[in-house]
Design a protein around this ligand. Sequence first.
Ligand code: TEU
Ligand code: CA
Length: 550
Amino acid sequence: MIDPRHTDWWRDAVIYQVYPRSFADSNGDGIGDLPGITSRLDHLDRLGVDAVWLSPFYPSPQRDGGYDVADYRDVDPQFGTLADFDRLTDRAHALGIRVIVDLVPNHCSSDHPAFQAALAAACGSPQRALFHFRDGLGANGELPPNDWPCMFEGPAWTRVTEPDGTAGQWYLHLFDPSQPDWNWDNQAVCDDFECTLRFWLDRNVDGFRVDVCDALVKADGLPDWPHPTHGVVEPIDGRMPPMWDQEGIHDIFRSWRRVLDSYEGTRILCAEAWLPSERTARIVRPDEMNQAFNFAYLEQRWDAVAIRSTIISSLQANDVVGAPTTWVLSNHDVMRHASRFGYDGTVALEAGVGAADPQPDRALGLQRARAATAMMLALPGSAYLYQGEELGLPEVTDLPDDVRQDPVWERSGHRIRGRDGCRVPLPWEATKLSFGFSSVSSSDTWLPQPDYFGPYSRDSQNDDPESTLRLYRRALEMRRTLTGPIRWDESAADGTIAFARGDVKVLANVNGEPAALPEGASVILSSSPYVEPASQVPPNTTVWFRSEEA
Ligand code: TEU
Ligand code: CA
């Protein structure tokens, strides 16, 4: 059972992201669902995670994988019912696993009743004031109100047809046109989200991962911004872009924190924001969110200098505000790290790869991914894992183009393939149809699984002591024995990263020459098959060891 007195659980937690559509399917429709997740919780228990974070399972037309929410306080029938959610939470809690759900406060689905009411209402009405409706520019209002682009290509504004059939106002959407942005200057929006928080807190969730939380407040007057708005954006002349990281967001987070703190146990808020570390750190000040994704870390290429300096700057930025640092290598928006590291140099995180594009070196990528994870899990703070990475699953870089669902694929005129390759349903049992993803015999999954998924399946890895799954289990178990801050070994050879925590030493040979271990070292974890007493750690390998020397 989870222990409500364990108030600091999140400071060093391992939090496992479940993407519900692709985790496990209980009824054979090829789409993952909540009962499917519940039926597979034993896997997460054995893996040894502290919490699961569920990507959205709310009613949604799924134009952006559920990040287009039509009702914040229910379960989409394709994923199950509220009773299924309660069963999932109860079972997880009985196993000692906390449950975090996704809060999507920047935008809803255009199917949301409030947006439908806004479309039907007049200009200037209270219904429209829940969103950002504006008249267009140009003689007939035919131009968007400002120059902001949306994150999925094209302008961030769409013109509506008024109820009388005339071309009318425009509404703001930083993402897909099917995702209108809420107007957080409107108290009614704040009140409604407080209701949503309480709804899930009353159902015993342990926290929220907060989607694009840095975009809630827009600069007054929605001014033009003729500078970049994508990726990690830096201030220009001391000003952040008018759609990101405006000062007003912090009061919203403080009000949420007060709500969470009024509940039993420690419930947490985790910020999703692609900002420079020192800006992200302001979101995790003591009275705001508890932690934030460390995207600076996720963005690093396989290079010892880059990784080490990001670890140092991440720890420094968070120490300033007393928050634990988090670590993450994969999620549902980026190319899986087992494939990213199979390319040399940097790769576009979200652009996707097509079957005719250069393919990653799968074996090399996996070897590096295992080394990267083994090092990440030794770092102080909490770590986020994305479903399937514990199987060493590669990105599906050869998906047929005609099955793609990421809205960016259509919006970009088939130029940007997007994020489907990391969202392919998981393989559980090598010999079953759909590799056991659907418990009812069926081979049709919402995105097709490639033939080569078989050997990655959970059951194929269970009994193989060298498997990625066994490495993850062992690292999660050993991680619990690590204590105290990082002590860097400043004498580490070029291309390696070396540090200690307590009496455990970690040597990650990223891209160096084979690196020597001290005499008498006893290796307690190795990211690649490693025979003792070996004295050399090859590149693309991380080992944890104890040694006599200080
Ligand atoms: O992602 C938002 C997000 O921050 C990134 O897409 C970001 O805009 C981009 O990396 C900057 O370069 C969240 C969800 O995780 C994603 O799945 C949704 O599509 C998106 O919000 C919209 O809700
Ligand atoms: Ca299903």
